[in-house]
Design a protein around this ligand. Structure first.
Ligand code: AMP
Length: 226
């Protein structure tokens, strides 16, 4: 599952794991788990994550290889945050072929101007952490936390220049991977994730999956097929 920062990818991956049989696997979460454990992988990955740099391909490839043979992946899995390089994509396709799975790429597409408007309109209370949105959930008094009266701030990573840089990085990283999958003949679905509520986006994703011949869990599939 691919989606730029602010596209709602994490939310959609979680919603999707309720309607297809198979876990939501996030390599970012796996790495953070190793860091929390202070194990060998965690120690090697820690500084790279802090700096926002990718960890070596061999490290994530090995993590994914070990994970996809777990019993809960027997019917498939949702990969989130992987692959991040063309090399990882190549390794993934070989891995899927070796365990008899086929891949489907879901790309959540949101207009970048909408993402910039949404994220740069966020304000946070530096004291209690409450988040406000200037468009959908503004504070009662402009610029002031409802709960404790503290002046609100814009988080560093919600500044417009930072958001635009993250989106640029995402394009640089992702376009070659999507092209690689297209050339390899992997079905690719572009889902408009910018103009609907999360549950409607999730429904669209499930409909695409059913159309691609993926079996959904009973509760989800009954609704989609009806
Ligand atoms: P995420 O939670 O997906 O944003 O990932 C957090 C961080 O984990 C990234 O900034 C990278 O440092 C690292 N990471 C996660 N997935 C990968 C991957 N597939 N390849 C390399 N580094 C990754």
């Amino acid at each position: 599952m691919f989606g730029s920062p602010g596209s709602g990818k994490g939310t959609q991956a979680k919603l999707l794991s309720q309607c297809i049989s198979g876990p939501h696997i996030s390599t970012g979460d796996m790495l953070r788990g190793h860091i929390a454990e202070h194990d060998e992988i965690g120690i090697a990955a820690q500084e790279l994550l802090k700096a926002g740099k990718l960890v070596p391909d061999d490290m994530v490839n090995a993590l994914v290889k070990q994970r996809v043979v777990d019993a809960d992946c027997d019917a498939g899995m949702i990969l989130d945050g992987y692959p991040r390089t063309v090399n990882q994509a190549r390794v993934l396709l070989e891995l899927l072929a070796s365990i008899g799975f086929r891949g489907i790429v879901l790309h959540l597409v949101v207009d970048y101007e909408k993402i910039v408007a949404r994220l740069s309109g966020r304000r946070q209370c530096p004291f209690c952490g409450t988040l406000y949105s200037l468009t959908t959930s503004p504070p009662k008094v402009a610029g002031i936390c409802d709960k404790d009266g503290t002046p609100l701030v814009t988080r560093e990573d919600d500044r417009e220049s930072v958001i635009r840089e993250r989106l640029r990085e995402y394009d640089l990283q992702t376009v070659p991977i999507l092209n690689f999958f297209k050339e390899a003949g992997v079905p690719l679905f572009e889902i408009d994730a910018g103009s609907a509520q999360p549950d409607q986006v999730s429904r669209k994703i499930c409909e695409e999956l059913v159309a691609a011949g993926i079996e959904l869990k009973v509760s989800g599939s009954q609704e989609i097929r009806a």
